[in-house]
Write a protein that binds this ligand. Structure first.
Ligand SMILES: Nc1ncnc2c1ncn2[C@@H]1O[C@H](COP(=O)(O)OP(=O)(O)O)[C@@H](O)[C@H]1O
Ligand SMILES: [Mg+2]
Length: 212
């Protein structure tokens, strides 16, 4: 049976990477085979493209360049890692995926949404996530956590209004596709975040088992 594909989305400092650990524990406990991955990246070549995207540089990065680099890494990631894993029955958990492109390269940078739809159809096609957990936090709190984490990349350094557009963009995506996107209140303490995630996984697993 094909595995399930879950993406984690949210702004910087919302707790995606932290959530991955909770999900890993839950999947281990339930003996579900899985592959953890992230975007941009996930394969050696895709990780090299990630470095190109995220490294701070003097040269201005053209919006179309950034968009195409993200989709180039995604094509590689899907073909070499996501699809083979799902075909083998593994669940795939990705720290960021397609929603991030709509939000960062689309909404926050004012990119062409019709172009994004075309790229999504072409590159992602039927490899869209079965479910998405959106870690939602107020921008100021996310920023505080990023500073504590003590490592900032090119996108972390964007303005507060950029990050506000990112948060709003994710919430808009969730509203438009509430069946797939589950909102997690990630402003709460870690144990409360963990509980929400486990509850969502429990419900999803049950729904998928009932379908099968
Ligand atoms: N619910 C939370 N409460 C307190 N601190 C948190 C919470 N979630 C994450 N953090 C901390 O905030 C920082 C950023 O979290 P991280 O998971 O790296 O976010 P992301 O991967 O979404 O950028 C980390 O230092 C993490 O330990
Ligand atoms: Mg992270």
């Amino acid at each position: 049976m094909r595995g399930k594909f879950i993406s984690l989305e949210g702004g910087e400092g919302s707790g995606k990477t932290t959530a991955i650990h909770f999900i890993r524990e839950w999947l281990d406990f339930h003996d579900i085979p899985y592959v953890m991955t992230r975007e941009p990246g996930g394969t050696p070549l895709a990780e090299e493209i990630r470095q190109l995207i995220l490294t701070p540089r003097d040269e201005a990065v053209n919006d179309v360049t950034e968009l195409l680099l993200v989709f180039a890494s995604r094509a590689q990631h899907i073909a070499e890692k996501i699809k083979p894993a799902l075909d083998k029955g593994f669940w795939v958990i990705s720290d960021r995926f397609l929603d991030s492109s709509y939000v960062y390269q689309g909404k926050a940078r004012g990119g062409d949404l019709a172009m994004l739809d075309q790229l999504a159809d072409w590159v992602v096609s039927d490899s869209k996530p079965d479910a998405t957990l959106l870690l939602d936090v107020p921008v100021e709190l996310g920023q505080k956590r990023v500073v504590l984490r003590n490592h900032q990349d090119r996108l972390d350094k964007e303005s507060l209004s950029f990050h506000q557009k990112v948060r709003d963009g994710f919430l808009d995506r969730a509203k438009a596709d509430s069946q797939r996107v589950k909102i997690i209140d990630a402003s709460l303490p870690l144990d409360a975040v963990k509980q929400q995630i486990e509850e969502q996984l429990r419900q999803l697993n049950k729904a998928w088992a009932d379908e099968a």
